[in-house]
Structure formats: structure tokens, C-alpha cells
Ligand binder design. Structure first.
Ligand code: PEP
Ligand code: MN
Length: 371
């Protein structure tokens, strides 16, 4: 991945979006609105412990196959209005086209989000952006299903270009071909890249869609908070087993409270003098270790260069598969003894080997030009 360069969006700081939400921001509520009773019962139960929650519920549901539950449609907006009147919570729903925006604005919905399938389609995103011109409403953009940071950035830019400055991202995990325990792989590195590109962008994590089950929700929520994410979206249903969509990943309001109470909410920094001086000392050690690391890498690469010349003189190919396998095997062993993960060693050595091949190819070409 290239080192990401910054993008400047015009963003209202999250602290100014709502008069009374908590930090971290909470967006709890069912995957879908199913009936007025299900919605009101869920909302009342959540608001007992989270009065400043933003209540979420999908009204129009993008489903993979037709003839599964595709949401209750606009009638659900009236139920959300009632939730707002009866609990005082702000209400949020997913929009996928200009008609949805119209309906939500008419019903007084407080917060909108674009779903993963919509973010992946620039035509839909542009249609939504056009419908939002002149409107002042917070909008969250979920990541696209594919781990494509550019698509995510593009959607954020389109919505921001329409004049929406209360704009945030939702990390809901990515489709992956690798076998993982997640429904959608978190690929945290993409979220860190997004934060590096747009540091002022609020990012909420949606552990429900990442996990696809209820067992890992606490773990992923904690990880998101430890990565300084600004809020959590957790699907909560008064009776999860009966849910018409995403039943496996929804929790009861009681379970939600239990999970949330177990989370440690950390500050982004501490002004404590001892903390600051200790941190400075440790960072100094890191800087020195990094310098030593690069000295060693540089030494390795000059040996690689010599090997390249030697192979050329003896008319031997650059790539020596057996030797490469032996290096990887040995270094995996050494890494394990040094408590470094095998995954990390593999990544590191793929990079080192790639660079070694590049240098040796350079040596071969140089000599060819001299001839
Ligand atoms: C949802 O939030 O219920 C939803 C459909 O999410 P996603 O777009 O992340 O699949
Ligand atoms: Mn869902």
C-alpha cells in the first residue's frame, strides 16, 4: 500500500453535531424495523440505559435475493417518529436513493447512513448527494463490501461536495476470500489508512456486521475503542431470535448493556506529567531501535547487491526457490523464538525478498547495458 496522502474535506467536528449524545457515540437499535411494537419496545428498553443513544433501524433493506424480507418501507418512518417522541432519542436509518432521502426528510429523521452496497455504487452515491444539496443533516457512509479504500473515499467526497459537513464513516468490515472467523473481515489497516488520509473524519465501528455473531461483539467493540474510533453501532432487538434480518448477530437490550459496561473507554491522550515523560523515553528507545533496524536492512541489501553481481558473473538465475524457501523457514523459526507472529514474519520477508529481487534485477540490467 502506498503511504496515503491527505484529503481535505470540510467537516464539522463531531462534538458540534448533536447537543446531547455521549462519547463514544452510540448507535443502537435493530437491524430492521419490523412492527411498531418491536420498534417501540426495543427503543424503550435501550433508552433506559442509553438515553442519549441514536436509535437505528433499517426501513428499506438491501437483500441479496428477492423475496426475503426487504423492509417495511415508509410506514416504518412513522414508527421511528414515535420512538423519537416517546424516548427522546434521535433516530437514524439507511438511505439508498433520492426517494428515501425525500421520505426521511419529510418524516424528520435525524441521521442518515449509506449502506455498504450503496457506497460501492458511485451512481447511487451521486444521486443521494444531489438529493442532499441544501440539507443540513448528519450522514454516515459505510465502507463498501470490497476492501477498496478509493470507493469509500469517493463516496465521502461526493456527499461532502454536496455540502454535508456533518459527515462520518462507518467501518462494518469487508468481504474477504480468506477464511476468517468474521462475517466480514475487519481489515483494520484500511480504517487506519482512512483516518490517516482524513484525520478529522469521525469513524464509527459496526461490530455486528463484522462479527455476524454475538460472541465476538465485545472483543471487536473494545478493539475499535482502543483504535480511537468515535462510536459504536450495535444491532439490538427486543427478541433477536425472532428477528426478520440478521438474527444471528443481534443482541437484547440487556446483553447490550452488559457488553457496553465491560468496555474500557480510554482517553486519546493524558496530560499526566509522569505518563508524558515515560512515553517520551519509550519513544526515544523506539527511534533508536528503528535506526538500528534500518542499518541492518541496509547492510543486508548491500550483501544482496554483491550476490547479484556474483550470480551474473556465473550466469546463474536471480530466483533460487529452494534458497528462498529455506530463508523463510529459518526466519519463521527464529521469529517464533523471538515471540514474533508467523504472519508478521511472512509479510516482512515477502517485502524483503521482493526488494532483494528488485536490486538483483537492477544489477543484471546494469551489466547488460555495459555490454
Ligand atoms: C445494516 O446496517 O443493517 C446494513 C444493511 O448494513 P450494511 O450496509 O453494512 O450491510
Ligand atoms: Mn443488519
Amino acid at each position: 500500500m502506498n503511504f496515503p496522502s491527505k484529503i481535505k474535506l470540510s467537516i464539522t467536528p463531531l462534538s458540534q453535531w448533536f447537543p446531547s449524545t455521549d462519547k463514544p457515540l452510540t448507535i443502537f437499535g435493530p437491524c430492521s424495523a419490523e412492527s411498531e411494537k418491536q420498534l417501540i419496545d426495543t427503543a424503550k428498553s435501550i433508552s433506559k440505559n442509553f438515553p442519549n443513544n441514536i436509535f437505528r433501524a433499517g426501513i428499506w433493506k438491501p437483500r441479496t435475493r428477492p423475496n426475503s424480507f426487504e423492509g417495511v418501507g415508509s410506514v416504518g418512518l412513522q414508527w421511528l417518529k414515535k420512538v423519537k417522541q416517546e424516548t427522546g432519542m434521535l433516530v437514524a436509518t439507511e438511505v439508498a436513493n433520492a426517494h428515501h432521502i425525500d421520505e426521511c426528510l419529510k418524516a424528520g429523521i435525524d441521521v442518515l447512513w449509506l449502506g455498504a452496497r450503496t457506497t460501492g455504487n458511485p451512481f447511487s452515491v451521486q444521486e443521494i448527494a444531489d438529493a442532499l444539496v441544501g440539507v443540513d443533516i448528519p450522514v454516515f457512509v459505510k465502507n463498501p463490501l470490497n476492501p477498496d479504500l478509493q470507493l469509500w473515499l469517493g463516496a465521502l467526497e461526493r456527499i461532502n461536495d454536496a455540502g454535508i459537513t456533518k459527515i462520518g464513516a462507518i467501518h462494518r468490515g469487508f468481504h474477504s476470500t480468506e477464511k476468517t472467523n468474521f462475517r466480514y473481515s475487519p481489515k483494520w489497516e484500511l480504517v487506519i489508512a482512512l483516518k490517516t488520509i482524513i484525520p478529522e473524519l469521525p469513524i464509527v465501528c459496526d461490530p455486528s456486521h463484522i462479527c455476524g455473531n454475538t460472541e465476538m461483539l465485545e472483543n471487536i467493540s473494545q478493539k475499535a475503542l482502543d483504535l480511537a474510533m468515535d462510536g459504536l453501532m450495535l444491532e439490538t432487538h427486543i427478541s433477536p431470535k425472532q428477528a426478520l434480518s440478521d438474527a444471528h448477530q443481534q443482541i437484547t437490550p440487556e446483553k447490550l448493556f452488559e457488553i457496553f459496561s465491560n468496555l474500557t473507554i480510554r482517553k486519546t491522550f493524558s496530560e499526566n506529567v509522569i505518563f508524558k515523560s515515560q512515553l517520551e523515553m519509550l519513544r526515544d528507545l523506539i527511534d533508536r531501535a528503528d535506526e538500528e533496524l534500518l542499518q541492518v536492512v541496509s547492510k543486508r541489501m548491500s550483501i544482496v547487491q554483491k550476490i547479484g553481481e556474483y550470480k551474473k558473473e556465473n550466469n546463474v538465475t536471480i530466483l533460487q526457490i529452494k534458497r528462498w524457501e529455506e530463508i523463510l523457514r529459518n526466519q519463521l523459526q527464529t521469529g517464533n523464538n523471538l515471540a514474533l507472529s508467523s504472519d508478521f514474519i511472512k509479510h516482512l520477508y515477502l517485502l524483503i525478498h521482493d526488494e532483494s529481487i528488485r536490486l538483483q534485477t537492477g544489477v543484471m540490467n546494469e551489466k547488460k547495458q555495459e555490454v
